[in-house]
Write a protein that binds this ligand. Sequence first.
Ligand SMILES: Nc1ncnc2c1ncn2[C@@H]1O[C@H](COP(=O)(O)OP(=O)(O)OP(=O)(O)O)[C@@H](O)[C@H]1O
Ligand SMILES: [Mg+2]
Length: 271
Amino acid sequence: MTRIGAGYHTVEERLRTLEERVEEQTRTIDELRNRDALKTQFLSNVSHDLRTPLTAIVTHAEILRDGILGDLSPKQLESICGIISGGRQLIGMVGEILMYARGAADQLSLTPTEFAIGTVIEQVTSQVEPLAVKKGLEIGVDVEKDMPPLCADREKITHILSNLLGNAIDFTEHGGRVWVNASRTTTVQSAASVLIEVGDTGIGIAPEHHELVFREFAQVDASASRHHHGTGLGLAIARKFVELHDGRIWVESAPGVGSRFYFTVPVHASC
Ligand SMILES: Nc1ncnc2c1ncn2[C@@H]1O[C@H](COP(=O)(O)OP(=O)(O)OP(=O)(O)O)[C@@H](O)[C@H]1O
Ligand SMILES: [Mg+2]
């Protein structure tokens, strides 16, 4: 006999109680997993179904903007352009939720092809340049010479870069600087990799938030009055994509100084 808690129990009784508790907790974990899967499925269905009518709205607005159905007054044109830009923003957000839901359900796979990282960096920076110029930001690119070609999923690498660069522009005040650098590196396991840095001289992130920002739906300023509008999924998706490539992503940042996001992509001998 042992004295456990309030009364005396045989070892067998105690063992049975523990087994019952383990069973109960296993049931709870299973139930939570099922609910989580249902939530992910729901997010996936809703975002997928939202995309079709949203795309139709934007396409119809573009037809009006382009004068295909007749001329518009300057005020009407301005209004239509507002509908298009708001609609595009919504399509982007819905797309992110769909991507997240697919990642959470492990439905993402890689389609590797061979490409030069410098070309993708040039492509992404030229896409966001008008946005940076509009905000009065200087944008710089520095790619090391003779970089080895990557055998990776070009679309996903482009997505990661667009997200990081989009954040750098969003969180940097007028007159600041954003940049993308790429160089060779070796990982702890001595594997040859490409190291990509996306930096800015913006508001920065406090050390206690460095891990948090990579979690889904996490935003440092989650208040309704925040200036930046997003889903809080960009970095969670970027991390998922980097990890699918066996790479690593991290941030070095301090409030008021700026942020440097880094990620690595292993270099493979052939594709
Ligand atoms: N360059 C940066 N400078 C300062 N804060 C940043 C930077 N990048 C990310 N953050 C912080 O991390 C949070 C999460 O970023 P993430 O890209 O995941 O989501 P989001 O930009 O808010 O929304 P989404 O990318 O889904 O549109 C941001 O809301 C912001 O608080
Ligand atoms: Mg973002």
